[in-house]
Design a protein around this ligand. Sequence first.
Ligand code: NAD
Ligand code: 3PG
Length: 531
Amino acid sequence: MVLTLRKVLISDEVDAKCIEVLKSNGIDVEKNTKLTKEQLVAEIPKYDGLIVRSATKVTADVINAASNLRIIGRAGTGVDNIDCEAATKKGIIVMNTPGGNTLSAAEHTCAMVVSLSREVPLACQSMKEGRWDRKKFMGSELNGKTLGIIGLGRIGKEVALRMQSFGMKTIGFDPIIPAEVAAEFNVEWMPLEKLWPQIDYVTVHTPLIPQTTNLINDKVFGVCKKGVKIINCARGGIVDEAALLRALESGQCGGAGFDVFVQEPPTDLTLVKHPKMIATPHLGANTSEAQKRVAVEIAEQFVDAVNGKSLFGALNAAAMATALSPDTQPWVNLAQKLGKLAASVNSDIGKEITIIAKGPELAKAGSYLSAAFLSGLLQNSSTGSGDQVVLNLVNAPALAKQMGITVKTETKEVAHGAFKNAVCFRLGNGFCVSGTTSGSEALLLKIKGAQFSSPVCLSGSLLVFRGTGNSQLLPKVAGALGSARISLEAVSTSSEENAAKWGVANLTNPAGGKGVQAIKDCVDFVTMVTV
Ligand SMILES: NC(=O)c1ccc[n+]([C@@H]2O[C@H](COP(=O)([O-])OP(=O)(O)OC[C@H]3O[C@@H](n4cnc5c(N)ncnc54)[C@H](O)[C@@H]3O)[C@@H](O)[C@H]2O)c1
Ligand SMILES: O=C(O)[C@H](O)COP(=O)(O)O
């Protein structure tokens, strides 16, 4: 089981269907949309799941207070209100419902384009105020005009398809959508510098990231046609609001349709009140259809994660997503245990790790084997936050990256010896450990190329030792442990490799430092590890 969810908090207005689906799957839910930041920090330790929309700010303070939190679900698309980096460091899965509100957001964008072309909101307002002003509202047709679409993902594509039916020419830019793919939905891909001078309308559909912050600014307005119209139904901050105001005032921008703002709700209403501005209070996803969809989707995604069925929508748990099947659990355990063993033997783990996955079962296991090995290997490494964080398949790869550790995976079709599948982890200093599984058991096969005559069960408290030029290693260690009244389940030694034999003693209880003390005179290296 990847995660256990006892209690989930829903802290934003999410459709009641969400609670229904979670409860009918045995997950306890509380909804409280009135929590202040301080109250959320105080309450969050009670929950192992959290579901939000965009209102709750899941900051590092909230995440660091969340001692039991395993998963944060976003009933919607944008996760910029969630500190994903802090969540990843803490090993918390962050998940959204990609696509659940795509059509609603696309339709809202199209409504903005159409409204701008005919100044529908302003004309409506003038009638409400008792005027019949036919001259003032001279619009222009969309037919034959060029729409620039920045961000050709889910929403950008749907906007393109819809606006083409108005006779608009659609051109666009996206760094990861190739021109051939854009052409499939009739968007002519081009670099931004070529796009700006051609457009009559431009709409942005990117996430708010450093590369897209203030993407449309004074300089861009300067190279666009006079009167260009601009729509932002993605995220506040993609368009520089101060530059937009200047462009609206000078007439360089002929109108804007905004659903999102740098500050929500905005406290300075200068931009919102500009006569050429159509503003809506972040309503892109506010349709009964989209709200039901995202509510059900996030609940079902939580249930699927609990049942080990899928981690659909998870944004920071690539390794975990490949380790959901019950068959992988013994391998995850083994890799974690071998990681702990490697850490206990090596004071310096270096910066390079090679994983050699052997056998048919492990052909695609590189990602979870590496994450699991790292979670054991780095268990005592600092995350930089000063907190003692339990490493798992979410945060271990992130910590390794932060520490500058690179991981390489090799696969081999067959494992050597009696086992069909086996894995070997090698550190940059040449140290390596190999193991396999038998049922749910994790078995150690080799340390530094020295093979154990029978596999060592990796469980409980282990004394790991090495003796050089000592043909009587096993009886001497067993004797020394016996004299110290330390009881054993088993003790094994390896073949000799580079004049050294490795050994592992499975102790019946942890024995503290007594085990190390007892045998230190008959070996040249000994360490204690609990796996
Ligand atoms: N107003 C609303 O209520 C509402 C509703 C849903 C989504 N949204 C927002 O709409 C935006 C788009 O959502 P989506 O579901 O289409 O996301 P998506 O991930 O499907 O598409 C985003 C696209 O932006 C592209 N992109 C990234 N950096 C870029 C850059 N520098 N220049 C150009 N393109 C870039 C990506 O490659 C991707 O293809 C997000 O910001 C999302 O939060 C708003
Ligand atoms: O990113 C999103 O999904 C939209 O911005 C919708 O946000 P909301 O769920 O707060 O309406």
